[in-house]
Design a binder for this molecule. Sequence first.
Ligand code: 2IO
Length: 404
Amino acid sequence: MVDPRPSVLSEDFAADPYRHFAPLRERDPVHYEPAIDSYFLSRHADVKRVLTDHEAFTTRTLQVRAEPVMRGPVLAQMTGAEHTAKRKIVVRGFTGQVLHDHVRAVRANAAELMAPFLARGRMDLVNDFGKPLAVRATLDVLGLDREDGPRVAAWLGGVAEFITAITLTPERRRHCLDRAEALEAYLRPVIAERRRRPGADLISDLCTAEFDGVAMSDRDVTALIINVLAAAVEPADKTLALLFKHLIDHPEQMARVRRDPELLSAAIAETLRYTPPVHLIPRTAQEGAVFAGGTVPAGATVFCMIGAANRDPAAFAAPDVFDIHRTDLGAARSFTAAAQHLSFGAGLHQCVGAAFARAEIDTVAAMLLPLLDEVRHSPGSRYREAGLYTRGPVSLSLDFTPVR
Ligand code: 2IO
């Protein structure tokens, strides 16, 4: 029996949140968690309402949940004209012709990273490939040196832990802040240099952009760089590994995608719906709010449960089935503001990197699929996911026919 009121902080929930989503949606859709004085919303309609009503449900909580490691305010904390202007700069660094060039760099990086594994016929898609690739792809967007990948990855680990930990001991908190300060120190001379000699990269764009006739401060530029780094790195390897896991576990859908690579976008969209890499999005209730299944008081911290909302039968038929052909997914819309799944959020602060994420995963998967012949789980490997805030495979060891 699934506990009808499980704590989302329990080990049982962490082991497999998915089996708890239906009981939560049906019997406890405004779930209160006393240990952290926060509410967890699991219904699609409620989550969508919170994300799209950015005045009633603000991002104030990010002042304590993100700003200390972001070293300043991130895009999601802004509203009005400032938000529009700064979001536009970041969007430009990720779309259009620029995106085209990034895709070429993603291809080159992917080819280099996979090369040593192809002849072996075995690769851990998360640790050997996905993580280093995600870092390199993001460094490329920002115009940072790819040799710095390992250092940046280590610092970002602290940033991600701070944002995604539900509770932190004082020791871990200090550790995360140290890592974030090291990242800030690394960026300081880079920003100074780009101010002097701007190039064709997002950091230069942030340095030269003016808002109300004034350039952004170093603090603002730093925060937006760390914002982009964390948001582009943390979910990418998870999405790629989950895509491959689902296709391996559904051989007939794998065969369809191999035959028709046009279906890859639908497979990525369905992966995002079925197993979103970001499971929680926090908001602050400006006033008290009434939902069909409960109320939250003014000032409350509210967590939108993206994984639960994406499996709400009120939004998707047979929601617990992975089906790249589902008609209610709207694959073409899935990377836009009209997406039915909520894996990129919704409303004003919907993910700015959605088009980049799609291009990155699509490019890499289209390269890997023809190379990984007869790809399967490595014998004896144990599949395990981790994370409550961001969630994905700890590793994904795959065997395939060695490439000669
Ligand atoms: C970085 C969870 C990595 C974002 C966040 C403080 C703001 C925002 C997100 C995603 C992914 C992160 N929130 N990206 O959920 O920029």
